[in-house]
Design a protein around this ligand. Structure first.
Ligand SMILES: Nc1nc2c(ncn2[C@@H]2O[C@H](COP(=O)(O)OP(=O)(O)OP(=O)(O)O)[C@@H](O)[C@H]2O)c(=O)[nH]1
Ligand SMILES: [Mg+2]
Length: 355
């Protein structure tokens, strides 16, 4: 089970983004599909409304959320279930409520166990003349205070108050269609985000650090003025989480394989030495071999397949920047290579996400 919390100010596009993401992920990408565990008809109707240009705008978009809602999705790869996703959508002005508000308390509880934070910044804030103007708009009107507060809370255990590693973060620039073309350079967007959320880009020593990706998304050009539903990039933040999950699983398999290989090596040597007695060797010590050769080969083949799937999935993350400890990283560094159990890959176990 993976938990996602999408955090943003009111009217930043959280709920609409969820429908756009669902719209794209239903048909699937790189073998991955996402289906709602329940309420398919409700999702389907809402997506159709967003796409229906004959409706007045007030009827196309979901109304501003008035309470916290939880959704469950099933993630499948090649039609096989790989994960269940728990998704919370909350009204963006909830953090203006006192902390004894039950929904506010629920949000904090949920934050405590979240596996990935999606932090949304409304693209329209990028359209100020100066960098200072943009930063001030994000901080004052765009919920910058609340978002930085949530980041701080996410890095502490709610019960004990003890520090804990911050989960991976995806910084989503919503309504990217509203960003003026001259402000769309990736470097400029990242420069702004670095200053708006400095805690996410703190340089770290020895390869450790916070994992952060940056992703501009849109539901369609001028969609808020009657344009067509043509979502772009909306599946990517989700692919990011899936990629991290699968990369983690791959590293687990790699460690298991390396351990088995290492434990089997002395047995292989003995078998090699007594090759003339192979038949007896195969029969007698079978019980004490860590694993049958055939099982290891099968695990190895599965591992190679999972690695190939992940490399293919990496294609879905193109144009999405990844940072660790403030330094930009290639996606491949999260996949790494098998090292025959003798060494570690670039970032194996090295980041602040602690998983
Ligand atoms: N131009 C443009 N407008 C968008 C896009 N996505 C959402 N909007 C507009 O933004 C409005 C608010 O979106 P919501 O998804 O309701 O925002 P929210 O963050 O869920 O707001 P709360 O529920 O109040 O927290 C929508 O009604 C649309 O008019 C987009 O990709 N482009
Ligand atoms: Mg909403």
């Amino acid at each position: 089970m993976s938990r996602i919390l999408i955090c943003a100010n009111t009217l930043s596009g959280k709920t609409t983004f969820m429908y756009g993401m669902f719209h794209q992920m239903m048909k699937g990408i790189y073998g991955f599909t996402l289906v709602p565990k329940e309420h398919f008809a409700r999702f389907n109707r809402q997506c159709k409304r967003i796409g229906d240009t004959s409706l007045p705008l007030s009827e196309r978009f979901p109304a501003p959320s008035d309470s916290m809602e939880e959704y469950r999705f099933i993630l499948k790869y090649n039609l096989k279930t790989v994960d269940e996703i728990q998704w919370i959508d909350y009204p963006g002005n909830l953090l203006e409520e006192d902390e004894d508000n039950p929904d506010n308390a629920r949000l904090m509880d949920y934050l405590n166990g979240t596996d990935c934070l999606f932090l949304c910044v409304d693209g329209s804030h990028f359209n100020h003349e100066t960098k200072e103007g943009i930063l001030s708009a994000i901080h004052r009107e765009g919920g910058g205070m609340e978002l930085n507060f949530l980041l701080n809370r996410a890095a502490a255990d709610r019960q004990t108050g003890e520090d804990r590693p911050l989960p991976p973060v995806c910084l989503i620039i919503t309504k990217y269609d509203l960003v003026e073309p001259q402000k769309r350079s990736g470097d400029f967007l990242v420069e702004i985000l670095r200053e708006a959320f400095p805690i996410l880009f703190v340089p770290s020593s020895a390869g450790g650090g916070r994992l952060v990706s940056v992703c501009p998304v849109t539901l369609g050009k001028d969609i808020s003025r009657g344009g067509r539903l043509e979502p772009k990039n909306v599946e990517k933040p989700f692919c990011y989480l899936t990629f991290l999950r699968q990369a983690e699983e791959l590293r687990r398999r790699r460690r298991e394989l390396d351990r088995l290989e290492e434990r089997t090596r002395p047995f292989r040597k003995i078998a090699e030495k007594h090759r003339g007695y192979r038949k007896i060797m195969e029969r007698l010590p079978r019980m004490v071999w860590p694993a049958a050769e055939g099982d290891i080969r099968r695990m190895e083949a599965e591992y190679r397949q999972a690695e190939a799937d992940l490399r293919q999935m990496k294609e879905s993350l193109q144009n999405m920047a990844l940072f660790c400890g403030g330094r930009e990283l290639p996606w491949d560094s999260l996949i790494g290579e098998r090292t025959d159990g003798k060494g570690k890959t670039d970032r194996e176990d090295g980041t602040d996400d602690g998983r």
